[in-house]
Design a protein around this ligand. Structure first.
Ligand code: ATP
Length: 354
């Protein structure tokens, strides 16, 4: 089922939580609403669900206007961060719950319910927990059961609010990959809220970046990561280094270097910021034309990568660099030594210098 959000506004008192939001979500897509705390992600999810009413605007499911529809009519499944499973029910009973409380004429037979629940437990790879109680499961297992429970009633869409937020980093990472695989199998239109950019980049088909009740950018993970629309998206999606740039007539000057910036045609010189991610910087052990002379202040090995904190000799700017361990070894450089770096400048935004 596709979702269309048109001109949605929502205020709480004087506070505007959603400011004219427009968004289209295609059938079968896994979409992440990504943004800092308070950006309006949960409010938007709750409005899609029907748990909250927008002040104005329209919500359509498959082009049908469902703005005034009650949550129970919308056919959505939920998983929340703290999705309380019924403690006194077994895993099996929890997953079966939504089916057993259906009105009699829609309720499947006991045998059908059993078959369905067992299939769902297999789908979330927890068939062996059917007779256990929630207290006998780990946090990650509980969230998988919560998902099976949401899927039992065959929702037309699945809404997940920080589903892995309460879990530790390792379990989160496992569940992300697991959710991706599960979605590849069942293809139900899904929207999940997260403030974790890695989670969104790894799991989602599309990312909607939110800030202060507005959508800053929407696109595939590659689009928003490699081609951010503005500084907010650039900074929110990963570590960045900023360099002062002077922008004039389609060109940016960063130190001695000139890079094309065809989007800025103004003939007056303007201040700008050149954005460079840590892995977009080449490191050398000998001087290079246009390279910045630095001191390796800190060298940290993180699995197959090396992270460097380097200080520019000219102004002591701290610059973060990341490169493959093998590449770093070949340079034969050590902490405290001198090196030369050459940032691969690709994105310059107009704005005040640093
Ligand atoms: P978080 O990641 O912290 O949950 P979020 O992006 O999901 O943030 P929302 O929960 O949508 O943000 O909240 C957006 C803003 O609206 C917040 O500043 C919040 O305090 C406010 N807000 C949300 N619900 C209500 C409410 N029922 N009454 C008053 N203010 C609210």
């Amino acid at each position: 089922m596709s979702i269309c959000i048109e001109q949605v506004r929502k205020s709480f008192g004087n506070f505007v939580a959603l400011d004219n939001v427009n968004l289209n979500i295609k059938t079968g897509e896994l979409t992440a609403l990504l943004g800092p705390s308070g950006s309006g992600k949960t409010t938007l999810l709750r409005i899609i669900a029907g748990l909250e009413q927008a002040d104005s605007g329209i919500i359509r499911f498959n082009s049908e206007d469902i703005t005034g529809q009650h949550v129970s009519e919308r056919g959505v499944g939920f998983v929340f961060q703290h999705y309380a499973l019924f403690k006194h029910m077994t895993v099996f009973e929890n997953v079966a719950y939504g089916l057993t409380v259906k009105p009699k004429k829609f309720r499947p037979s006991k045998a059908e319910i059993a078959k369905k629940v067992n299939n769902l437990l297999e789908l979330v790879q927890l068939g062996w927990t059917a007779d256990r109680y929630p207290s006998q499961l780990s946090g990650g297992q509980r969230q998988r059961i919560a998902l099976a429970r949401a899927l039992a009633v065959e929702p037309k869409m699945l809404l997940l609010d920080e589903p892995f937020g309460a879990l530790d980093a390792k379990v989160r990472a496992e569940l992300r990959r697991w959710l991706r695989r599960l979605h590849d199998e069942i293809h139900v239109t899904s929207v999940f809220v997260t403030h974790d950019q890695e989670e969104a980049l790894e799991v989602a088909d599309r990312i909607v970046v939110m800030n202060k009740g507005r959508i800053e950018q929407e696109g595939t993970p590659e689009q928003v990561y490699d081609n951010p629309a503005n500084p907010f998206v650039y900074e929110f999606l990963g570590n960045v280094n900023l360099f002062h740039a002077r922008v004039k007539q389609g060109q940016s000057s960063i130190g001695q270097l000139r890079v094309p910036s065809p989007e800025y045609t103004n003939s007056e010189e303007q201040d700008g910021l050149a954005y460079v991610r840590p892995h977009e910087i080449d490191v050398f052990n000998l001087p290079q034309p246009d390279a910045i002379k630095v001191k390796l202040d800190l060298v940290t090995i993180v699995g197959p990568s090396v992270r460097l904190e380097v200080l520019a000799e000219s102004d002591q700017q701290l610059i973060h660099v990341e490169l493959p361990k093998e590449q770093f070894k070949q340079l034969n450089l050590k902490q405290g030594e001198q090196a030369w770096i050459l940032p691969r400048y690709s994105k310059v935004f107009l704005g005040e210098g640093i």
